[in-house]
Ligand binder design. Structure first.
Ligand SMILES: *Cc1c(COP(=O)(O)O)cnc(C)c1O
Length: 371
């Protein structure tokens, strides 16, 4: 079955006891033992496992072609779950440009576990190989990266990392299982912020880790998940599955809108740079063409001017909402440098999450704001 078909049914095949086409939400935190003291259905207590969460995890496993999945209470809880599998003294390789929360949790929290991290331009394979010469326990890939849309060759980096015995994890939030298949390219696991495209309506906070059969820390991750208890609640799992039903059509529209915006911005006299892997001049265009089935709904650009000029453009938009986050049906626009602590984003950079509005309305709004 194709992913679109699986998604349309949210992997659900009607409830045997009632015939309901849409799954129920299992809110029960606890489950009854039989008189012999056994749990006939395998559920004991919802921090450890819950039927609705199990259903969402099974769907994500199928979508990514993985061996298993665990749903967390946020994307950062999912990322932190992976970092919690590391031994003290481990070394992690991260790309120069990535979601700032990942660098922040490594700096603020995991440094106290003696986990070190090194930063490398992951678009430069020679530089990656050099870094892998020193001990490295985990290679963390994010592509396209946030907010500069750097493209990392997942297969090439995974190949180098596997030769040195490193575990490879890809943050797939910006691509979803529909645009990019990290596990098929050699990653041991893929993490998603469910908050973004997967749930898709800016009303669920969640995360998920999908692991391949050779992910080395499966038991550890399960224990971290259930012991920390940063698990996704049943209602959020249900909302995420409801959102996933329309992922394919939402994403097609978002990719179409992002491409149109990027093309028009690239031709605009008040724009000095556009970062979108679908543009032929993007340095990662060839790799992106190879490893992505479409170029995604995210783009960034720099206006001709300073930070004030960028904020002025953002403020003049009417259709785009001025907000962080991404992947919802509504288009979002943000001045990136002023939302991140110690941001590395250029002052004139504006990040856009394309929604599913009519392309003409988005183009008109942004081009008008640019003057
Ligand atoms: C949003 C995001 C995260 C963190 O997810 P939360 O659900 O906000 O905790 C991680 N990685 C990327 C690429 C993101 O966009």
């Amino acid at each position: 079955m194709k992913a679109e078909t699986l998604l349309a049914h949210a992997g659900y095949d009607s409830d045997e006891s009632t015939g309901s086409v849409i799954p129920p939400i299992h809110l029960s935190t606890t489950f009854q033992r039989d008189t012999a003291g056994e749990y006939a259905h395998g559920f004991v207590y919802s921090r450890a496992a819950n039927p609705t969460r199990r259903q969402f995890e099974a769907l994500m496993t199928q979508l990514e072609g993985g061996a298993g999945a665990l749903a967390f209470s946020s994307g950062m809880a999912a990322c932190s779950g992976i970092f919690s599998c590391l031994e003290p003294g481990s070394r992690v390789l991260i790309p120069e440009d990535l979601y700032y929360g990942v660098r922040k949790v490594l700096t603020d929290v995991f440094s106290r576990w003696d986990v070190e991290f090194a930063t490398v331009d992951m678009t430069d394979l020679a530089a990656v190989e050099m870094e892998l010469g020193a001990r490295c326990d985990l290679v963390w890939i994010e592509t396209p990266s946030n907010p500069m849309l750097d493209i990392v060759d997942i297969s090439a980096v995974a190949d180098l990392a596997r030769r040195t015995g490193s575990t490879v994890v890809v943050d797939g939030t910006w691509t979803t299982p529909l645009l990019q298949r990290p596990l098929e390219m050699g990653a041991h696991a893929v993490v998603h912020s469910v908050t973004k495209y997967l749930s898709g309506h800016s009303d669920v906070l969640g995360g998920v880790v999908v692991t391949a059969s050779d992910f080395p820390w499966g038991d550890r991750l399960e224990s971290v998940h259930a012991s920390y208890g940063a698990v996704l609640d049943p209602f959020s799992c249900w909302l995420a599955m409801r959102g996933l039903r329309t992922l394919a059509v939402r994403l097609a529209s978002q990719c179409h809108n992002a491409f149109a915006l990027a093309t028009h911005l690239a031709a605009h006299q008040n724009v000095v740079a556009v970062y979108y892997p679908g543009l032929a001049f993007h340095p990662g265009h060839d790799v992106a063409t190879r490893q992505m089935s479409a170029f995604g709904g995210m783009l960034s650009f720099e206006v001709d001017g300073d930070e004030h000029r960028a904020r002025d453009v953002v403020n003049r938009c009417r259709v785009f909402k001025r907000a962080t986050s991404l992947g919802g049906t509504e288009s979002l626009i943000e001045h990136r440098a002023s939302i991140e602590e110690n941001s590395t984003a250029p002052g004139a950079l504006i990040r856009v999450s394309a929604g599913i509005e009519h392309t003409d309305d988005l183009l008109h709004d942004l081009l008008h704001a640019l003057g």
